[in-house]
Design a protein around this ligand. Structure first.
Ligand SMILES: NC(=O)c1ccc[n+]([C@@H]2O[C@H](COP(=O)([O-])OP(=O)(O)OC[C@H]3O[C@@H](n4cnc5c(N)ncnc54)[C@H](O)[C@@H]3O)[C@@H](O)[C@H]2O)c1
Ligand SMILES: [Zn+2]
Length: 651
């Protein structure tokens, strides 16, 4: 008995620690399969001993709320759902009643309250009794009706979820979080429970209503289905469902299983509810579950395989995550050979070692995961050097989760922005090379510097295997790379990502040095500040950039790959070559001074801001002006010409 009590304490502690990460920190320190296995073992022990510890997760919903969001008590407690993986149990549960079978969406459950046709409150499930108020965030969900035709008091429940197709896109551009989200559920939870709804708005959160709690004065004819359809008529997106009875329930479950692959929303099973509302309510609840509904969890296909290797994948945040590579196995109809291990804590929990016999499955039938390790040799060695830059790594502890980082600020993995800028439309204009793809190529060590992008065809084998890539899109990419090799100095200068050198400055500088790269590269500080629109700070960073030894190599390597066309070189005769102008005072025949300046520069001349010994002409309509420029020009014996005389010169 003592021994069993000890075991129970141990399991409660493990489960509560995992639940804290899962619900509170949008993190996971173990897989759901592992969690559910320990949970079931605990349930079994509780049954055997007749004892349930007060902090047992078998009698609590969710986890205590620790966030800074305001809290509120639910009008009606929000419970969890009893579960089965057995289709016969599901059928028996339904008996001769009519049922509603719907996707069990895997996101964050929210209760919405409408009054006078307006959304007035949105609260998360929280620990079932108290939730977090996230009204402002709910207002920016992509598909939420902010006002509805029904004007009475309405309370409904539904799931906030993020699409698989949005998950990677969104996760990739999140820069301010130390660790990336592991799955759409984590991302959704992190996106909905924000203090600032600007962030929520960027995350494409969808809301699907699945049940109605209250709508005074509406007759639903005692039917859950009629409630859901009514919600639809009010403008809500509702969870996809099918009406079932004992005759068709099995084939309907199979229908859902076959269609999960087309479902862009994460779902961890199905939910079956009695259509008969008053019957369902008459059954009451247990401490944790309502008796009118039951969840059907996917019976995950689990395969045994050998761990071949741990690949260490660095990302722009500096985080280096372990990815397990194993002998390929068939899972839910596809061949799988890799699974993210997410972080060091999970890796250590699984005691992974090369050659170990591991169990793998697809979470929610989609994302490959390791669910267990049968041999637990624990021999995987955490790298002391970053796989990308070779710099030192360091282990950090974030909310009880151990993660590995590269601490080198110059690490290429952290410079992904530089690469995406390089290939962007106004720069090298390489189509079909997304940030995600570049990040993967860098992580694999295939791209080490900007010039490597021009050799992308070498990595065909790796690239065609990437998500969203095929032979066709790869060929398109290669031809886009080839096309980009013929470029011009403006694009090249802009593509280098020199601080403050935007497209218009790149144009100015390029033009000023007549599209001659050698001249552009060796522009001096004085040359640069003389260009109108180029300030001292920019001139300074520009010169420093081209004097930096590392940058010199980067530029030299790029130049080996490209051909600089002498574009934009005007056909206009270069009559002002080596002639310096200063323009002062108001102009009458031209739009403004800039127009004159352009005309001069087009003809090879230069316009500067102040009169010096180098000035050849001062353009000024008022010869008698006492301006400092005028005086200086006279002192130095520089010709002062009017606009009309300038026009003469043009002829
Ligand atoms: N990996 C971990 O460390 C870890 C930790 C804690 C919990 N978990 C996972 O969470 C599970 C328990 O989670 P839970 O109790 O929060 O939720 P649950 O899995 O029991 O799901 C119940 C909830 O699903 C929601 N839901 C979604 N779609 C619905 C629909 N169509 N109709 C009705 N309800 C719908 C409801 O809000 C309901 O409360 C465990 O089985 C485990 O897999 C994992
Ligand atoms: Zn590094």
């Amino acid at each position: 008995m003592d021994n069993k009590l000890l075991l129970m304490r141990e399991k409660v502690e493990i489960l509560n620690k995992a639940a804290k990460s899962y619900y509170q920190e949008n993190n996971e320190i173990m897989s759901n399969i592992e969690y559910d296995k320990i949970y079931d073992e605990l349930l079994e022990l509780e049954k055997e001993t007749g004892i349930t510890l007060s902090n047992s997760p078998t009698i609590h919903v969710g986890y205590e709320l620790l966030s800074n969001l305001p809290k509120e008590r639910h009008e009606k407690v929000m419970l969890s759902l009893d579960k089965t993986k057995d289709i016969v149990t599901l059928k028996d549960w339904l008996g001769k009643k009519e049922g509603v079978l719907s996707w069990k969406l895997d996101g964050l459950t929210i209760v919405m309250t409408y009054l006078d046709g307006k959304l007035i409150k949105a609260v998360t499930r929280g620990n079932g009794e108290i939730g977090e108020v996230i009204t402002n965030n709910a207002k920016v969900f992509t598909n939420i009706p902010l006002s509805i035709p029904y004007k009475g008091s309405l309370i409904l429940r539904g799931e906030a979820v993020i699409r698989y197709s949005d998950f990677e896109k969104i996760n990739n551009v999140i820069e301010d979080v130390a660790s990336k989200y592991k799955n759409p559920r984590n991302l959704c939870s992190g996106s909905v429970r924000q203090l600032n709804n600007k962030i929520t708005a960027e995350r494409n959160v969808n809301f699907f209503a699945f049940s109605l709690v209250k709508a005074d004065g509406v007759d639903f004819k005692n039917s859950r289905i009629s409630q859901i359809n009514w919600l639809k008529s009010q403008g809500f997106d509702i969870v996809e469902f099918k009406q079932v009875n004992h005759l068709n329930i099995e084939e309907t479950v199979i229908w859902f299983e076959e269609h999960i692959i087309e479902n862009d929303f994460p779902s961890d099973g199905l939910v079956l509810t009695y259509d008969d509302i008053s019957y369902g309510e008459s059954l009451g609840t247990t401490a944790k579950f309502p008796r009118d509904s039951i969840a059907f969890k996917w019976r995950d296909e689990i395969k045994e395989t050998h761990l071949l290797e741990i690949e260490w994948s660095a990302s722009r945040t500096g985080l280096i995550n372990p990815i397990a590579i194993f002998e390929p196995v068939e899972l839910e109809g596809t061949t799988v050979s890799r699974a993210s291990v997410h972080n060091l804590s999970i890796m250590e929990g699984l005691e992974l070692g090369i050659g170990d016999i591991i169990n793998v499955y697809k979470a929610n039938m989609i994302i490959p995961q390791i669910s267990g390790n049968l041999t637990r040799s624990g021999s995987v060695h955490v790298p002391e050097q970053c796989p990308v830059c070779g710099g030192k790594t360091s282990i950090k502890n974030e909310n009880d989760v151990k993660v590995l980082y590269c601490i080198n600020d110059d690490c290429l993995a952290k410079q992904i922005k530089l690469f995406t800028h390089f290939v962007s439309r106004d720069a090298m204009n390489i189509e079909g090379l997304s940030e995600a793809t570049i990040e993967k190529l860098i992580a694999k060590g295939l791209i080490k510097e900007l010039a490597d992008i021009f050799h992308i065809e070498r990595y065909k084998e790796e690239i065609v295997k990437m998500e969203g890539f095929g032979e066709k899109s790869f060929n398109k990419l290669v031809s886009s790379v080839n096309k980009s090799e013929k470029t011009n100095t403006t694009r090249l200068l802009y593509s280098l990502g020199i601080p403050n050198v935007g497209l218009s400055n790149a144009k100015l500088i390029s033009k000023r040095f007549k599209y001659n790269w050698d001249a552009i590269e060796s522009a001096t500080y004085d040359d640069l500040v003389e260009i109108d629109g180029i300030g001292e700070i920019m001139a300074d960073t520009y010169v420093k950039f081209f004097n930096n030894e590392k940058k010199k190599v980067i530029v030299k390597d790029i130049l080996k790959e490209i051909e600089l066309e002498v574009v934009e070189k005007s056909n206009v005769e270069q009559i002002f070559e080596n002639i310096n102008f200063v323009i002062t005072g108001s102009v009458e025949q031209f739009k403004n001074r800039d127009e004159i300046k352009e005309i001069i520069e087009e003809r090879g001349g230069k316009v500067t801001g102040s009169v010096s010994a180098k000035t050849n002409y001062l353009i000024n309509n008022d010869n008698l002006s006492q301006s400092s420029k005028n005086k200086k020009a006279k002192e130095l014996g520089i010709s002062i010409v009017t606009e009309s005389q300038f026009i003469e010169m043009l002829r």
